[in-house]
Design a protein around this ligand. Sequence first.
Ligand code: DAH
Length: 336
Amino acid sequence: MIQKIQEITTEVNDYQIDSPEALETYRLKFLSRKGSISELFDVFKELPGIEKRDIGKPLNILKSTAEEKFNLCKEEFESSQDSLSGKIDTTLPVYQNEFGSFHPLKIVENELVDIFHSLGFDLAEGPEIEDDQHNFGALNFAEDHPARDMQDTFFIGENVLRTHTSSVQIREMEHNEPPFRLVMPGRVYRNEAVSSRSNCFFHQIEGLYVDKNVTFADLKQTLYYFVQQFFGEGIKIRFRSSYFPFTEPSAEMDIWAGIETEENKRLTKGTGWLEVLGCGMVHPNVLKACNIDPEIYTGFAFGMGIDRITMLKYGIHDIRDLFVNDTRMLGQFKGL
Ligand code: DAH
């Protein structure tokens, strides 16, 4: 009898209960009316009193051990069924979370904003639907100014989709007092045929610095610092005189790309120089339109295409690749 009790004790201890079904089998096997422990008790009842003394204690211990194990497992299954975890198969392979990435245009925009931020330029933004006054009038485009023809415009009733971020200069200056030291990134629109080099919308970043005694030398040095930060220390630049209604004098800035490779020849049309931005000293009429006295304040402004330098930086040949939202392309910018 003692041996039987020991055997069943070992069986109880070794029994694997890993599911509610296994628990039920365990109960039937050991604890039910017909289970092996109940059977032992039946035998026990028939024993002579003298033997009962030695058997009673281990038999009771076996019974309570078996019951304890049953209750413990039962509780465990019940509590895990209450919570969600009981319904989750934790043995399944881990689901791989896909991380997103910033769009290359945003990566470059952030980089530009950071560089100018390090020079004390703050960030400003304006609306994409503009009125004529902010997009043209206050920027010194006369009603019949031929410069208006430079920009093929999308009209929305009386308003326009802004053709450049220069409109944000006006929005900032008209309601605030100088000094201004701002960069203003954003999307702009032109009614142009879509091709690998031009799109009906693209992105610009505008810069503006207005204060007392701001000179063309400040403009050159600021932009020189910027290109060194962005393109690298050894970069060569040049300024060509140009025309914009809202700056006087006006210039365009080129960087030296070289003519060593076929690619550079193609990009620079054989000159080796690549235009990156337009700039100039803020026209006195623009300051006046914003109630700023041009006798006291001067300033410089610049504007550049973010798409263009993004394409340069990452060797993207077709501007449309920036806008198709193809994750095979965008996924390459993870972690940047
Ligand atoms: N708004 C001009 C364009 O879209 C770019 C530009 C040129 C902005 C000169 C400026 C500037 O602020 O000074 O072509």
